[in-house]
Design a protein around this ligand. Sequence first.
Ligand code: THU
Length: 136
Amino acid sequence: MVNRDLLLEQARKAREQAYVPYSGFKVGAAVAAADGRVFTGCNIENAGYSPTNCAERTAIFKAISEGVREFAALAVVADTPGPCQPCGVCRQVLAEFFDDDVPIFLGNLAGEVEETRISKLLPNAFSAKSLEGTDK
Ligand code: THU
């Protein structure tokens, strides 16, 4: 069982590493693997703008590149008026790797937290199933 508040704290800490010279908007994320390992990430911006990587994807890609395939929870924190909402690209990446029983904790610096699931964030996602029975 993942400790929600600890994971949010790890996301909050990761946020401090954000490289955001263009937006100034810092985001932190922490993802817990099913084996208990935690990977953190921050957003990393680029002068070319589109190469920017969100905090969620930094954390998830770090985990995937270390062999993780099963996830237990994700926390995201930013200085937003309400809980920080993941962008559409991150939702698609979450849909690739997260089963629907994996809790996703969206938070902010004020301590507000929303718990959600990938099917709520991205209903009817395009997924591996969508490719079944096609020529690919
Ligand atoms: N960003 C994230 O890192 N995660 C989100 O959930 C929303 C947006 C980043 C991308 C960019 O560096 C900055 O926030 C402003 O869009």
